[in-house]
Design a protein around this ligand. Structure first.
Ligand code: NAP
Length: 497
């Protein structure tokens, strides 16, 4: 039973990292099934205190109760998903190439699998106090991989972060994990965060937040004697292409659905549809008129913290000041203290292409419609965009037949391409890619959501000419855990004879 938040671990960064390294040495040897039990125990401990967590998080983040309860369920579900991955076991990608002494030259026995990299530094995100924070996806996937974790909690929900950490500590005690498998610090990113990233015992970094923050962490890593991977999810405006036939047939419902998505959670989602692209014409005008009506009905709500609120207010003012931009509509109510005013605006394709500022992220309930002259300009605008987390096509069968080249361009742009759904809402599952080309993330080959997120915290190792008794369980001849392996180029769960 957790009485009070245990707050943060004290001591120097050097001491924390020594603890993290020694915990890693012990934790990586713990069986996958026991590690799974640890993850399940964290989920259970969080659920036991969910009412207290929601009270704290509501106070600190201004997010509504229903959203916070939902996010706790997502967080415990995510921990259990990684536990299931560990129990099944095949994620280690075991590959066996048996020897052939008769070959000239003789072929050695070589076996490969993924092993954990070492202590991981996790930066909690402000916009998901549970699912992308202390016991969120980065921590859950790093623990699943067999890494120890040091969390830099986000100052905007320090109390919530500390109470979640208390649940993790309870799980460490209950399941007999090494004491320092997970540690938690608060404090400034530019000082404590930098020291953590640059400590020689740190092996990798997980981050969700601003472009500036992500770039700073990448810079800290590059200044190290031995740079380490920084998996940063940073900035995305998630282009939605409104194809002509779809606009003609479904314009009004698309406008309502998009306004709901733009303003969901006060627009504080990395998958917020921040830019809408369409080709000029009556259908686009009718769509714009419905957007104007729908945005008028929305109500400004409190944003996560004063920093996000002031950068939204500044971002909107800067955007609205750009030449060629006109406001389509905004909330009919004025915004109070800390509240983000929902706004939608438009710009012509010509003006968009002349000014890079139009492609900048404004984090909050804002979206920009780009009215393109024709298909060629739509293609030019898409080519002008940087890497994205998502891109959406609102398209009928006819559009799909006629705009194959545009859709192909969209595929090259983002980690997730969506047909006739809004981009907000990221399912936690094995097939999810929550990643994308720079600057959406620092490394487009990985995802921070879903079971593949574990791949950020491992590296492949080949064992050449090892005797069976010396090999890790996943590579032993009799395949004791029955995992799927590639043996001499064939996928199989069978033992080797
Ligand atoms: P943030 O400023 O990037 O901060 C996130 C974390 O990184 C915090 O722990 C922060 O430490 C640390 N950090 C920031 N700059 C750093 C630096 N130069 N060196 C070391 N550590 C640093 O993000 P935020 O506070 O959540 O929100 C600010 C803006 O980020 C928003 O307005 C929005 O534009 C963007 N954002 C994007 C996403 C997304 O999903 N892509 C999510 C949330 C926010 P401190 O505690 O010292 O600040």
């Amino acid at each position: 039973m957790i009485e009070e938040p245990v707050g943060e671990d004290t001591g120097t960064v050097d001491q924390l990292m020594k603890n993290a390294l020694s915990a890693f040495g012990a934790y990586k040897k713990i069986s996958p099934v026991k590690r799974a039990g640890f993850l399940e125990s964290i989920a259970a401990e969080i659920e036991k205190i969910k009412d207290r967590l929601v009270i704290l998080a509501k106070e600190e983040t201004h997010l509504p109760e229903a959203r916070l309860y939902g996010e706790i369920a997502r967080t415990s579900g995510q921990l259990r998903l990684f536990a299931a991955l560990l129990k099944e076991g095949s994620w280690v990608e075991a590959v066996i190439d048996t020897s052939d002494p008769q070959r000239t030259p003789p072929k050695p026995d070589i076996r490969k699998m993924l092993v954990p990299v070492g202590p991981v530094i996790v930066f909690g995100a402000s916009n998901f106090p549970f699912a992308f924070s202390t016991a969120g996806g980065d921590t859950a996937s790093a623990l699943a991989a067999g890494c120890s974790v040091v969390i830099k909690g986000h100052s905007a929900h320090a109390q919530t972060s500390s109470l979640v950490y208390a649940a993790i500590r309870a799980a460490i005690d209950l399941t007999g994990m090494p004491a320092y498998t997970v540690q938690h610090v608060l404090g400034s990113g530019a000082t404590t965060g930098k020291e953590l990233v640059q400590h020689p015992f740190s092996s990798a970094v997980g981050f969700t937040g601003s472009f500036t923050g992500g770039r700073a962490l990448m810079g800290y890593s590059n200044q190290r004697e031995i740079p380490i991977p920084v998996f940063a999810e940073m900035s995305s405006i998630n282009p939605v292409v409104l194809f002509p036939d779809s606009l003609e047939k479904n314009g009004a419902s698309l406008a309502s659905a998009l306004i709901a998505s733009i303003t969901l959670g006060v627009g504080q989602f990395c998958t917020n549809p921040g830019i809408l692209l369409g080709i000029k014409g009556d259908a686009l005008t009718a769509f714009t008129n419905v957007m104007a009506r729908e945005i008028q009905k929305t109500i400004p709500q409190k944003m996560l913290h004063s920093g996000i609120h002031s950068s939204y207010t500044k971002g909107i003012a800067e955007m609205l000041g750009q030449k060629g931009l006109s406001v389509i509509g905004q909330s009919g109510e004025s915004a109070g203290s800390l509240e983000g005013l929902p706004v939608v605006a438009k710009v012509s394709g010509n003006d968009f292409l002349k000014n890079d500022h139009f492609a900048e992220e404004v984090f909050g309930p804002f979206s920009l419609l780009v009215e393109c002259q024709d298909k060629a300009q739509l293609i030019a605008v898409l080519r002008h965009l940087k890497g994205q987390l998502t891109t959406t096509l609102m398209a009928t069968e006819k559009d799909i037949r006629e705009f194959g080249d545009v859709i192909e361009l969209q595929q090259g742009l983002a980690g997730r391409i969506i047909l006739n759904n809004v981009p907000t809402g990221v399912e936690v599952c094995a097939a999810m890619v929550h990643g994308g080309p720079y600057p959406a993330t620092s490394d487009a080959r990985f995802t921070s959501v879903g079971t593949s997120a574990v791949k950020r915290w491992v590296r492949p190792v080949s064992f050449q000419n090892f005797s069976d008794s010396m090999l890790p369980e996943a590579l032993k001849n009799d395949n004791p855990s029955g995992i799927m392996r590639i043996v001499n180029n064939i996928h199989t769960r069978a033992a080797l004879h």
